[in-house]
Design a protein around this ligand. Structure first.
Ligand code: SF4
Ligand code: SF4
Length: 359
């Protein structure tokens, strides 16, 4: 018989670290273009899976000696290998019981709205569409959203629908969102990635997390961000979302700026780029990283990418992380200051002052 208990047993034995289940009604009121209820209208349950990021995957960046493992294992490995394998196993069990399993792995696919700034990719008239089409090679309106898509039938949202993974994890009772916009769980702090499965089976549901706040509002993520992408807590610049009665809040992060700094880190935190390249700042391509412009949009980011792509140490199919300061700062704080990671490891992640290049 199909039960929540059995689903969780299978998920954990297949390799998930946590599993929580929400009724689809928890997504009532979500914006249409990000509402998973449109994915599978008959679905009654959303099953969320957590896959931990081993803390050691961050060690190389923490020490400043190895940058490959984090994007490779924590992004590529979990998104491409570990999570799909679990979705596949749990999905087979559910379908053997006569219910459908819409598996939904983390995806690099673009959605109908940009995951950077929420700008729409499908709000253009046919005339505008023709014009953009003609200039498509040089003019990409919204790099992080699909440009040419249409609802496939009346009442549908246009594909590809992407929903907010972190809020979905909160809906499944797995944790809360921290000021840095990361999902925090009581078990792993900010160290996890997630995947989901939607099914028409009715199951027993988990309550949303209601323990002590997982985010300590310590502001370390703000201070450790090399790009100043996360607003201070005192600034009050935040996003607030209510999810079936639970209020979720996080800092209104400058996502395009984070895109630039996460991948290129800037003068003091990218050891792969010679100092002279920053000094020269040819054609102002590095103005964003150098703090010489406040503009952080796709155009500025593409300038940075073009100027620095030859200094990328390697490609893992995912953006090569140079940063993750917010994540490591958060782990360090949650380990040392009475947070949810206290006592998890015999030794703390951070044993010395974080490095910063002297140049
Ligand atoms: S570093 Fe502090 S403020 Fe930032 S997410 Fe973690 S606990 Fe919250
Ligand atoms: S990933 Fe890096 S650039 Fe982005 S918010 Fe975190 S610390 Fe800042």
């Amino acid at each position: 018989m199909l039960t929540s208990k059995r689903i969780k047993e299978i998920a954990l034995s297949a390799g998930a670290d946590l599993c929580g289940i929400a009724p689809m009604s928890r997504f009532n009121g979500a914006p249409d273009e990000m509402n998973p209820q449109f994915l599978f209208p008959e679905a009654k349950s959303c099953i969320g899976f957590v896959f931990r990021i081993p803390r050691g995957v961050q060690r190389g960046i923490e020490e400043g000696t190895q940058f490959y493992q984090y994007p490779s294992m924590a992004y590529g490995g979990i998104n491409e290998i570990f999570a799909p394998a679990v979705l596949y196993q749990v999905g087979k069990y559910i379908e053997d019981e006569g219910f459908e399993a819409f598996v939904y792995r983390n995806t690099g696919a673009r959605g109908i709205v940009s995951d950077m700034d929420g700008s729409p990719g499908n709000s253009i008239s046919p005339e505008e569409q023709i014009e953009i089409n003609e200039n498509a090679k040089t003019s990409t309106a919204h790099h992080r959203s699909v440009q040419f898509t249409r609802p496939t039938r009346k009442g549908n949202v246009a594909p590809d629908l992407q929903f907010q993974f972190r809020l979905a994890a909160v809906a499944c009772g797995l944790g809360e969102i921290g000021w840095s916009k990361m999902l925090l769980t009581p078990e792993f702090g900010p160290l996890q990635r997630v995947a989901f499965l939607f099914t028409d089976a009715e199951l027993e549901y988990d309550e949303m997390y209601s323990g002590p706040p997982l985010c300590r509002k310590c502001g370390l993520c703000v201070r450790e961000c090399p790009g100043g992408c996360i607003p201070t807590i005192q600034s009050g610049k935040k996003i607030t979302v209510e999810l079936d009665g639970k209020v979720c809040e996080w800092g209104d992060i400058d996502m395009w700026r984070c895109y630039a700094f996460y991948t290129h880190a800037g003068r003091y935190y990218n050891p792969f780029v010679p100092k002279e390249v920053f000094d020269k700042n040819e054609n102002g391509a590095l103005d964003l990283l150098e703090g010489k412009t406040k503009i952080a949009d796709e155009k500025e980011i593409m300038k940075v990418y073009t100027a620095l792509q030859k200094y990328f140490p390697s490609w893992v199919g995912y953006n090569m992380a140079k940063c993750g300061g917010c994540i490591r700062g958060c782990v360090s704080m949650l380990e040392k200051k009475g947070g949810c990671m206290e006592g998890r490891f015999k030794e703390p992640l951070r044993t010395q002052k974080p490095w910063k290049l002297d140049r």
